[in-house]
Structures are given as structure tokens and as C-alpha cells.
Design a protein around this ligand. Structure first.
Ligand code: GTP
Length: 282
């Protein structure tokens, strides 16, 4: 899967030197896919830097999976991690406090914290919550933030918001599909039907109860993705001329339900799924 808007290359080139100038990194990943939404480039350039991994959107992730991820990062990887909901002030402040407590602070000068992460993980949302006002533009499409911007918070803290960056070719395909299903990759880069197929497989295998709750008409319960998409299309009136199911429309509907949390609290991966090499930076 390829999706690499021009400003991302520019940001990537600037990021290394920008990181050297700050005291700490607040890395925002999506709690529903914390590994797939971690940028391998960052792993490489952030060694030795004070860093905390924020598993944001924990309010729509599967709590059990999130707990397993926290143990994985904190205990197994020795990388401080916290799960939060980016719009909750208490959550965001707690994450910031853990971050600040890692820094050997010189009160005479500002503590500089940089928020980094791939598109659409909620970086600007967290910043707005911390600032208590809208300082950064947010939106439910990737790549809303185009330039780095600085916001001064109380306690002599400066926080820098950066545009989300991805890497030019996303592999393996499963990772690309999980990212697309979460909304991190533009919908123009992947076929809706393929994303819905991936999502349907996940839902059938891991979250059948969520499916039945949202789509009570699923009787009998579909055994495979195509049957699920077809049933949803039929029941929700996604039809083409002649009464045939419009798979594109039905796929969009399922993806919208999944992304918004209307299908329940769903995670796309757990630490048990780690069997592929995710270090695919180019
Ligand atoms: P880029 O500008 O693409 O880098 O995005 P960003 O990381 O700054 O993300 P942004 O803050 O624009 O948020 C993306 C979408 O996720 C928006 O629709 C937010 O409302 C939503 N969002 C952010 N944080 C949370 C959260 O904790 N929970 C839920 N449910 N939605 C969130």
C-alpha cells in the first residue's frame, strides 16, 4: 500500500533535527493497533530520548487487548506507555505528567515536548485538550496537520505538534489494511471493499457478539466476510438497480461503524499477533 503525500517527506527530513532540540517525545499511537501504528522510523531516530507511548482512543479499543499492550510495552519492551482518551483532560494531563517526570528539568528554561505519530492518531486532539482551547486543527481524515506548531502550556512547558507521517510503502499488507481500517491512510489509497473484507474477517473471528448487537438481522451468523458484507448491504438498503447489493456502499457502512466505535470496543491486533517483522522503514 502506497500513500505518501509530499509534506510527509519534508516532515520526515526535518524530524531528526527537531527531535534533537526537544527534551522528550510524546509518541501517539492508536490503541486499537498500537504496533501497526508505531512508526519504525521513529524507533530508529529516537533511541536514548525520553519517550512515552500514548495509546490514544482507548475509549473505542478492546480494554482487554489494551491491557495486554500496556504490559507488552511497559514490561517486555521497557518502554513507558499509557492508555488514554485524547478528549479527557484527566487522561491527557496524567500522560503529560508521566512524561514531564522523566525529564531532568531545569526550571529556569522551558521544557520542550514534541508530539509525534502517524496521521489521525489524535495528536492535535490531545494538544487541544491539554491547552484547554482549540490550538490545533483536527479532523477524521488523515494528514490534517501540515506544519509543526508550538503551544505554551502552564508550568513552563512548550509542546510541539507535528504533522503525522507514514512511510512510502506499507508492508506487510495486513498492516496496511489495519491502518486503512483505522483511518490512518487516506481512503483513496485502498479499495473500500478490501478494507471491509479485512474488518469483516476480524469481526467474525474475534467480535461476533459486537456484530450481532449492531446488526441483529444477522441470522444465520455469516461464516465468511463476503456473506457479512452482503447481509449488511441487504438489510441496510445498499442496493443497486435490479436489487443487487452495492458492495462498495455496504463496505463503507461497515467501515464507518467500525471507525466510529458504533460496533463496540474493537482492537485490530493484540500482542499475540506479533509474528511479522514490522521494521519496514525506507
Ligand atoms: P493528523 O493531522 O492527520 O496528523 O491527525 P492527528 O493525529 O492530529 O489527529 P486528530 O487530533 O485530528 O484526530 C483524528 C480523529 O480522531 C478526529 O476525528 C478526533 O476527533 C478523533 N479522536 C482523537 N482522539 C480520540 C480519542 O481519544 N477517542 C476517540 N474516540 N476519537 C478520538
Amino acid at each position: 500500500i502506497q500513500w505518501f503525500p509530499g509534506h510527509m517527506l519534508e516532515t520526515k527530513n526535518q524530524l531528526k533535527s527537531a527531535i534533537a532540540r526537544v527534551d522528550a517525545l510524546l509518541e501517539v499511537v492508536d490503541a486499537r493497533l498500537p504496533l501497526s501504528s508505531s512508526n519504525p522510523f521513529l524507533e530508529r531516530i529516537a533511541t536514548g530520548k525520553n519517550r512515552i507511548k500514548i495509546l490514544n482512543k482507548a475509549d473505542i479499543a478492546d480494554p482487554e487487548a489494551t491491557q495486554a499492550w500496556l504490559e507488552y510495552f511497559n514490561r517486555d519492551m521497557k518502554l513507558p506507555a499509557a492508555a488514554i482518551c485524547g478528549t479527557c483532560l484527566q487522561d491527557a494531563s496524567r500522560a503529560l505528567q508521566s512524561m514531564v517526570s522523566m525529564v531532568d528539568r531545569n526550571k529556569a528554561r522551558k521544557t520542550k515536548i514534541m508530539v509525534v505519530g502517524i496521521p489521525n492518531t489524535g495528536k492535535s486532539t490531545i494538544l487541544n485538550t491539554l491547552a484547554g482551547r482549540k490550538v490545533a486543527k483536527t479532523g477524521n481524515v488523515p494528514a490534517v496537520t501540515r506544519h509543526q506548531q508550538r503551544t505554551s502550556l502552564k508550568d513552563n512547558i512548550d509542546i510541539y505538534d507535528t504533522p503525522g507521517i507514514l512511510w512510502p510503502v506499507i508492508e506487510p499488507r495486513q498492516r496496511g489494511l489495519a491502518l486503512a481500517a483505522s483511518g490512518a491512510i487516506s481512503d483513496t489509497a485502498v479499495d473500500y471493499h478490501e478494507i471491509a473484507h479485512f474488518a469483516a474477517q476480524l469481526l467474525i473471528e474475534r467480535y461476533p457478539a459486537c456484530l450481532v448487537e449492531r446488526y441483529p438481522f444477522l441470522k444465520p451468523f455469516p461464516g465468511e466476510p463476503q456473506a457479512l458484507i452482503e447481509s449488511v448491504g441487504k438489510a441496510r438498503g445498499c442496493l443497486k438497480k435490479g436489487g443487487y447489493v452495492d458492495f462498495q456502499k455496504a463496505s463503507q457502512l461497515i467501515i464507518r461503524d467500525l471507525r466510529s466505535g458504533r460496533l463496540g470496543r474493537i482492537s485490530f491486533e493484540t500482542p499475540k499477533d506479533i509474528n511479522i517483522d514490522y521494521d519496514t522503514d525506507q
